[in-house]
Design a protein around this ligand. Sequence first.
Ligand code: UDP
Length: 327
Amino acid sequence: MKVFVSGGAGYIGGVVVSQLVAAGHEAVVYDNLRNGHPDSVPSAARLVVGDVGDRAKLCEIFAEFQPEAVMHFAASIEAGESMRDPAKFFRNNTANALTLLETILSHKVRCLVFSSTAALYGDPVSIPIRESDRLLPINAYGESKLLVERMLGWFHRIHGLSYASLRYFNAAGATENLGERHDPESHLIPIILQVASGLREYVSIFGDDYDTLDGTCVRDYVHVSDLASAHLLALHALHSRPEPTQLIYNLGNGHGFSVREVIECARRVTGRAIPAVVEARRTGDPAILVAGSEKIRAELGWTPQYPGLEQIVRSAWEYIQRGKQGD
Ligand code: UDP
């Protein structure tokens, strides 16, 4: 299949593109490289530097490449930042997605796999969260993605678009070649490992007065390779069904770990002390986000290969260690 991948030079997109080309698909990566890295794109894929908001450029690439499917990763992703600069999220995530959707329709592409998020649920009504639960984001990031899911629903109904919306819980871990490289880094596991590597003095714990067992926020960490394999399953499901199809899935492991538990795990894996300092809560953080992913397991046969937190943290640590050796 010919697949157009926006944001394919990023952390999750890069791993998906590697799996796509390994499975024999043809991929064009479309990325503005603001957060992506050209060396995350495998040599078997083509990289086009461009912005999803650039309608003319999108049309040019669609006309030339004639994709059969689109995967849309490109987005602003930091929930904390979205509470300081919401316009950036509604521009990059919502408005630009509409431009991409219009391009998809005008070029008669039938299938789309969309990167959605657990942030759609806000403070969950019950744990584990199910896809049918109430959607009530408590940060602008979640709202910016919820608006896209709503648009997708209408495009499916009115234009027969087949799409999968994959609601990621906390992507983490690394493959042999690809790991998390945000600059500046804001995510918990890479920050903890920067402390372990001596690049930071300590990790801040954003709040220890949440209604959780140890007072710190609880998240469901999923290995990036497992997230990626779900995209290929969704793509095949959409492609193989001739009728307009709508798939909405949570991607989590069903186990929650508190910030303190993640730090403890990293101390075990790295053998380093990893000092931690409790600070104020970060605005827009739900106390607990843990997913039930029975739906994608039952319907598409998704089976995470690295469901353990220790495996996930170890893979990220080994990736960092390998990078150091290469320096
Ligand atoms: N977190 C923290 N210190 C940090 C970064 C994150 O305590 O330096 C917490 C954050 O408040 C959240 C959890 O770790 O409860 C995971 O945050 P991350 O930014 O990795 O992902 P998010 O859940 O926001 O998608």
